[in-house]
Design a protein around this ligand. Structure first.
Ligand SMILES: *[C@@H]1O[C@H](CO)[C@@H](O)[C@H](O)[C@H]1NC(C)=O
Ligand SMILES: *[C@@H]1O[C@H](CO)[C@@H](O)[C@H](O)[C@H]1NC(C)=O
Ligand SMILES: *[C@@H]1O[C@H](CO)[C@@H](O)[C@H](O)[C@H]1NC(C)=O
Ligand SMILES: *[C@@H]1O[C@H](CO)[C@@H](O)[C@H](O)[C@H]1NC(C)=O
Ligand SMILES: *[C@@H]1O[C@H](CO)[C@@H](O)[C@H](O)[C@H]1NC(C)=O
Ligand SMILES: *[C@@H]1O[C@H](CO)[C@@H](O)[C@H](O)[C@H]1NC(C)=O
Ligand SMILES: *[C@@H]1O[C@H](CO)[C@@H](O)[C@H](O)[C@H]1NC(C)=O
Length: 922
């Protein structure tokens, strides 16, 4: 009789196990990166994801998508942006209905066809992109009403697609950006067939009407066959901006297209040789971008019809000089971009600019050597002057004469060796000065005197730079790059009172005098690169940077030196810490991560890159209660200690491994099930990680396949099964009255509780519930009618316990797994009602497994009670026990219905629960 019982039980258990692994799978996103870029703006440096739109942060980026439905089940519903790359031939109806808050959708799915209902439910969507990056072009079919669900669609983009199978697509009214790049348009007429409502049915009544911004931008760049504009192809269309870069279209043909309004035209790389002034005059263009063309000469005659221009770019045209009356014929011109031409070596700007409105002038990369006296004196309104990448070596105050409104001056990457005192004296409004990549060897604050409001300063030199006071008083941001040595002379008054951003890239740094202390009372962002960790030396008297009361962001990439002395003190507000290129295993004393991190209570983002960290254990993270994002990059032979399992319920929400390889060891075997089933954590990069058996193992074994092949894959569950069986055995023994065991368990539990307290992990004091009750549907009637009323009955008749019942207390639509974990966490005790049927239910098993898990992870502060409703004969089963180590005799309740005194049972149960409550509370 016993054997049949076992043989029915076992298949049930196996079935439960299979069901479980299926359910767990749903919590991971195997080929997706799920991230929140508001935590770490620079996240894309470490893990690849598609570009987002400003203001969108929570996104999923999925690769190699083949089965769309399967991929999407793993993606959380609240994402704002979704990028899919792979091959999916058809996007079915309601493909994205699960993501009502989606604002951006980027599809790189090769040849696709779309149905009318594909985008159903996406009424919040603002950006829709179809992209294909291989050589032109893939075909894409879009039914006429495909875009109808969109009410707020702002930009629609097709790149690398031919739409010539589609017709009559209705564009949403809200659209403002339409992009068809790298396509196979041959004539503009095709646009009308594709999008009949692009151009209005009846042309709007003639001009003066303020133009309605139906389309802000139409970008038709890189349609290599687009060379025809049939007459009235764009009849009545009003555009702000049109881009025809790299197309063979003759811009003159736009004149007959019927285009009603255009402000800005871009014709980059179209091979034109003359200013297209007829078009400019026709539309009264305000902006014209003619970059990468062959306009080597601007003839004066050309210009007369260009009078409306406010912005003109002649970037990279091989221009050698400008006609003498150039700017005066363009009275509206505010921004002139002449970068990457051949205007050097002596700058000769045309005369007669006195009345000019010019605000921005870009003369970068023009081989300029000499800026003659008063070169810019005729540009009194100039706000920005860009002179980067020239050959300027000698600057006198005369060269910049007359620029009294100039705010931004970029002189980076010139051959400046010397700055005369007073060279900035004619620039009283200057706020931003860039001197990166110069040949300066010393600079004194005296050379920067003149502008009162200088707030952004960049200094750099290939070798070394000595910097002397006084510092400009109002600095907000300071950036210094030297190849070798930076030497600061500091006077005692506090020079950096307002500084918020500091970037320092150097190999050595000297302070003069050595014993000075520099204060940065307002610093928020600190970036250090290439420098040795000794900068944070705390034990010596020479402290460079002692206190950062407001520092929120520290990015420190060192020079591969040991970090023995690195201490991060005095940064109570630090939120983001990026550490890179250090040697944590240093020759003398290896550094402990926990020591480094212990005084950073506010840390939310921790990025560790190339530090030679060999092992991570729970102690490293103990003090980081607020951590939300953990990123490991370029680490080698990492061991993930089994103690980390304990952290699982509190692990940061985002855990990323990029270019990390592990050591092949079964200590980490918990990682597999965790990465796949992490209920509250998005894990990225473990599937791709490899592991190494030893230093010379180049076999590139994938970590997860090593773990599943060599280690027990579900150790806890197996542990549970075996323990469960032994629990039953023990129950039998207890019933037989074996007196030998209980005191031993008592002692163990006591010891563990004591140990945990010693380690400073006290129990949480706030509990929502007294008891989380786990039971299966078949036992529900008994639980609801008998058990619950008894336990919930208010005093004095009962204990008035607060119970949590999944069926009753979980919110509608709440993720059951999450709710379960959370409820167990916030209950003093978990009571599992067990019967043969419960053992057959995957949910009951899962609940019991979680409870067991909590028990093992936090011995002494977790309470698990087992209530058996039926006799289950365990004697045929073998195995060892884990549960018995933690449970005491009084934790088992054996209650075949009607078998013992109900009242006595209740008294015992209440007493036990009360005791559990007291224990968790102290
Ligand atoms: C991002 O991080 C990389 C590496 O640290 C750095 O080179 C780059 O400048 C950063 N970019 C931004 C925008 O911060
Ligand atoms: C669409 O355009 C491509 C490229 O011009 C061409 O090869 C293809 O035959 C066209 N398809 C249809 C249906 O017109
Ligand atoms: C451009 O305009 C000028 C006068 O404004 C006219 O003489 C010339 O024919 C026009 N060129 C074309 C190609 O329309
Ligand atoms: C000038 O044009 C080039 C090329 O388009 C661009 O990179 C540069 O930023 C422009 N300069 C300014 C000041 O906008
Ligand atoms: C500018 O400097 C570069 C680098 O030394 C040199 O090759 C180039 O000939 C110089 N150009 C002029 C116009 O002097
Ligand atoms: C610097 O330029 C000025 C004219 O702008 C010239 O008088 C002076 O000799 C030059 N100095 C050097 C060292 O080239
Ligand atoms: C730094 O050292 C100099 C002498 O070496 C001494 O005069 C000065 O008081 C010291 N300053 C501080 C702040 O300790």
């Amino acid at each position: 009789m016993r054997r049949p019982l076992f043989s029915t039980l076992l298949p049930l258990l196996l079935l439960a196990l299979m069901n479980l692994s299926k359910m767990i799978w749903a919590w991971t996103a195997p080929d997706c990166t799920i991230a929140d870029s508001s935590l770490l703006p620079n996240l894309s440096y470490y893990i690849p994801f598609c570009s987002l739109a400003p203001g969108l942060h929570i996104f999923a980026s999925c690769f190699n998508v083949k089965d769309l439905a399967r991929t999407l089940t793993a993606v959380p519903r609240n994402i704002e942006a979704l990028c899919l790359q792979g091959t999916v031939p058809i996007l079915p109806d309601d493909a994205f209905g699960h993501f009502p808050s989606l604002k951006l959708l980027r599809l790189q799915l090769a040849t696709i066809s779309i149905t009318s209902g594909t985008f159903q439910g996406l009424d919040q969507l603002q950006h829709l992109f179809f992209e294909h990056h291989a050589p032109c072009c893939q075909s894409l079919f879009l039914p006429p009403d495909a875009l109808e669900p969109f009410r707020f669609l702002n930009s629609l983009s097709f790149q690398g697609y031919c739409l010539n199978n589609s017709q009559n697509i209705k564009l949403p009214k809200s659209l403002s950006h339409l992009i068809l790049r790298h396509g196979c348009l041959t004539t503009l007429q095709e646009l009308q067939e594709l999008f009949p409502n692009l151009v209005p049915d009846s042309p709007p009544t003639a001009s003066p009407k303020p133009w309605s911004s139906f389309l802000e931008l139409m970008d038709l760049s890189a349609n290599l066959q687009l060379n025809q504009v049939s007459v009235r192809a764009l009849d009545g269309l009003q555009l702000h901006s049109l881009r025809l870069d790299d197309t063979p279209l003759n811009s003159l043909s736009l004149l007959d297209s019927g285009l009603l309004h255009l402000d800005s035209l871009s014709l980059v790389g179209t091979g034109i040789e003359k200013l297209p002034c007829n078009v400019t005059g026709h539309f009264e263009l305000r902006a014209l971008d003619l970059g990468r063309n062959q306009i080597q000469n601007v003839e004066h005659g050309d210009l007369s019809s260009c009078r409306s221009l406010e912005l003109l770019s002649l970037h990279a045209n091989g221009l050698q000089f400008l006609p003498t009356r150039f700017p005066s014929t363009l009275p509206q011109l505010q921004k002139l971009n002449l970068s990457t031409n051949k205007l050097g070596p002596t700058l000769v700007l045309p005369e007669g600019l006195v009345s000019s409105n010019l605000r921005v002038l870009d003369l970068s990369h023009n081989e300029l050597c000499i800026l003659p006296y008063g070169a810019f004196s005729s540009l009194p309104q100039l706000r920005e002057l860009w002179l980067s990448g020239n050959n300027i070596s000698n600057l006198s105050s005369g060269s910049l004469e007359g620029l009294k409104h100039l705010q931004t001056l970029d002189l980076s990457w010139n051959r400046i060796k010397m700055l005369n005192p007073g060279w900035l004296s004619s620039l009283p409004s200057l706020t931003s000065l860039n001197l990166l990549g110069t040949n300066l060897e010393r600079i004194s604050g005296r050379q920067l005197q003149g502008p009162q409001k200088l707030s952004h300063l960049q200094l750099g030199s290939p070798e070394s730079l000595e910097i002397y006071p006084p510092w400009p008083p109002a600095l907000l941001s300071l950036e210094i790059w030297t190849g070798y040595l930076t030497q600061f002379s500091i006077s005692n008054e506090e020079p950096f009172l307002f500084l918020e951003y500091l970037t320092l890239q150097t190999t050595f740094m000297l302070l003069d005098p050595k014993n000075i202390t520099v204060h940065f009372p307002s610093l928020r962002h600190l970036t250090l690169r290439g420098y040795s960790p000794y900068i944070f030396l705390s034990h010596q008297s020479q402290q460079f940077i002692p206190q950062f009361p407001l520092l929120e962001y520290l990015h420190f990439w060192s020079n591969h030196e040991g970090t023995e002395e690195l201490h991060l003190y005095g940064m109570p507000r630090l939120r983001v810490l990026e550490l890179g290129d250090m040697d944590f295993l240093g020759e003398s004393r290896p550094v402990k991560l926990e020591v480094l991190l212990k005084e950073l209570p506010q840390l939310q983002v921790l990025v560790l890159s190339n530090l030679g960290l060999r092992s991570l254990s729970i102690s490293s993270f103990r003090s980081l209660g607020l951590l939300q994002l953990l990123l490991l990059n370029s680490e080698w032979a990492v061991e993930l200690d089994s103690s980390l399992q304990e952290l699982i319920p509190q692990l940061p929400q985002y855990v990323y491994f990029s270019d990390v390889n592990f050591s092949c060891q079964c200590e980490s075997s918990w990682v597999g099930p965790w990465a796949i089933g992490a209920p509250n954590t998005f894990v990225y990069g473990l599937e791709k990680s490899i592991c190494m058996a030893n230093a010379s193992d180049y076999s590139k074994t994938p970590l997860l396949s090593f773990l599943s092949g060599h280690c027990q894959y579900h150790p806890e569950f197996q542990g549970f099964l075996t323990s469960f069986i032994l629990v039953l055995l023990l129950t039998i023994l207890a019933l037989l009255g074996c007196p030998k065991w209980p005191w031993l368990h008592h002692l163990r539990t006591f010891f563990h509780a004591w140990w945990w307290k010693l380690c400073g992990r006290g129990p949480r004091s706030q509990f929502l519930y007294d008891v989380f009750v786990s039971y299966c549907v078949q036992d529900q009637a008994w639980v609801l009618e008998k058990l619950v009323p008894t336990l919930e009955k208010p005093p004095p008749a009962g204990e008035g316990l607060r119970l949590c019942l999944p069926e009753r207390d979980f919110g509608v639509g709440q993720d059951r797994m999450e709710a379960m974990t959370a409820s167990m966490e916030s209950s003093r005790a978990t009571l599992c009602v067990l019967s043969c049927q419960a053992l057959g239910s995957p949910w009951c098993n899962l609940e019991l497994r979680l409870a067991t898990y909590h028990l093992v992870a936090k011995p002494g502060i977790t309470c698990l009670l087992l209530l058996f409703l039926e006799p289950i004969d365990p004697r045929q089963l073998r195995g060892y026990n884990r549960l018995t180590r933690w449970l005491q005799k009084e934790d088992y309740f054996y209650l075949p219905q009607g078998w013992v005194e109900w009242d006595a049972f209740c008294v015992r149960l209440r007493r036990r629960l009360k005791k559990a409550g007291q224990k968790r509370e102290d």
